[in-house]
Design a protein around this ligand. Structure first.
Ligand SMILES: CC(C)[C@H](C(=O)O)[C@@H](O)C(=O)O
Ligand code: SF4
Length: 416
């Protein structure tokens, strides 16, 4: 009996497909950003393709190196803007609009039951809305641009059930890091993770995006939260088109099943240089930090900035603190709520929406020996600058640590 992936990929390929089958699927939406569109367009041209299959189903947000940091980036971005015009692609989000994985959901492209492919590994974020969404390389994207189709092996599925209530100061990111610690960085290779349980239902849409976003950090092809009232509420007046929610059958076959209880969960930290090198914050408390980065497609949303401002309000940061809201609309909302003023007053730097320091591109690159606490999703060696050490945490832990200039447990900082 089918899982969510089997159902979505059966619908998209027009045949009844089970795990391990190969299918050629029709893509609902395809995304490439400034980084990968350059390669995808070059492959598209090499294939001698002339016109994209459907200019309305291609989405191109510029987010990785925005605004352009040098002439090379400016030139590449110029060439993609030109191609977008030639092709009549309407869903173009230029510099400053935000990170692809934030912009797509905000713009109503991430819908239950859809098959969404992005030329970016964190495209699995859209699983937070019940879509089957995954990342591919630029040449696969070129094939989609040309034909609207992609071959896929239908993934086996893992069922993860999470129960219990998160304590104050402990959030979706801690839950996510804890799951990664237990599953391991390759523990879900080429699987779809389906997330269930009261702790998942309790998560906000933003929290579900954090969780699904990091499914790739366990090797997963996709991570899906079955859609519920919160999903439908978010999509009201926002969804691009009609959608049909897809759920697994009761007796669906899972390759592995895991149960977690997060009732006693402590804030979690991923230590350098692996995402699954996770411990309770208590084990690293007091580690001096040079920089705090709050942002990325994992934790740069309004809810994250609100949590950070709640901890920092009226105080002063000791570590340099760089904040990039995930999108223009996050920045507008945070501005209107006074959060941006609060963050500026505490001594933080607000940079324009985009990926920025997350991948060591610009606006917060670290050097040899520097320690950065980041709310992003990867702490690979050298990612934010050669020789830099990256710890990953929740926005709450990042804020508390910024205040002290060392890794700090955020619990207990609330009513001071
Ligand atoms: C640049 C891009 C291809 C890359 C990805 O696919 O994930 C980036 O977004 C990242 O997070 O490392
Ligand atoms: S914010 Fe970071 S992880 Fe997300 S898409 Fe950008 S570079 Fe990749």
């Amino acid at each position: 009996m089918p899982t969510i992936s089997e159902k979505i990929l059966s619908r998209a390929s027009g045949k009844s497909a089970a795990a391990d089958d190969f299918v050629i699927a029709d893509i609902d939406y395809a995304m490439a950003h400034d980084g990968t569109s350059v390669l995808a367009v070059s492959a598209f041209k090499k294939m001698d393709a002339k016109k994209v299959w459907n200019p309305e189903r291609i989405i191109i947000p510029f987010d990785h190196i925005v605004p352009a940091n040098n002439e090379t980036a400016a030139k590449l971005q110029q060439s993609i803007r030109k191609w977008i015009k030639e092709q009549g692609i309407t869903n173009f989000f230029d510099v400053g609009d935000g990170i692809c994985h934030q912009v797509l959901p905000e713009s109503g492209f991430a819908m239950p039951g859809k098959l969404i492919i992005g030329a970016d590994s964190h495209s699995c974020t859209y699983g937070a809305f019940g879509a089957f969404a995954t990342g591919v390389g630029a040449t696969d994207m070129a094939e989609i641009f040309a034909t609207g189709k992609l071959w896929l092996r239908v993934p086996r599925s893992i069922r993860i059930t999470v129960s219990g209530e998160l304590a104050k100061g402990v959030s979706a990111k801690d839950m996510t890091l804890y799951i990664i610690k237990n599953i391991g960085a390759d523990g879900a290779n080429y699987r779809t993770i389906e997330y269930y349980g009261d702790a998942i239902s309790e998560l906000s849409i933003s929290g579900r995006m954090t969780l699904c976003n990091m499914s790739i950090e366990m090797g997963a092809k996709a991570g899906i939260v079955p859609p519920d009232e919160k999903t439908f509420e978010y999509l009201k007046g926002n969804a691009r088109e009609k959608y049909t929610p897809v759920y697994a059958d009761k007796d669906a076959q899972y390759s592995e099943e895991y149960d977690f209880d997060i009732g006693d969960l402590q804030p979690q930290i991923a230590r350098p240089h692996e995402v699954d090198n996770v411990s309770d914050v208590g084990e690293v408390t007091g580690t001096p930090i040079d920089q705090v980065f709050i942002g990325s497609c994992t934790n740069g949303r309004y809810e994250d900035l609100e949590a950070v401002a709640g901890i920092l309000r009226g105080k002063k940061v000791k570590a340099r603190t760089i904040i990039l809201p995930a999108s223009r609309s996050v920045l507008i909302r945070a501005t209107e709520a006074g959060i941006i003023t609060t963050l500026l007053e505490v001594g933080a730097i607000i940079a324009p929406p985009g990926c920025g320091p997350c991948l060591g591109a610009h606006m917060g690159v670290v050097c040899e020996g520097e320690v950065c606490l980041s709310t992003s999703n990867r702490n690979f060696k050298g990612r934010m600058g050669t020789g830099g050490l990256i710890y990953l945490s929740s926005p709450e832990t990042a804020a508390a640590s910024a205040l002290r200039g060392e890794i700090t447990d955020p619990r207990g900082l609330y009513s001071q």
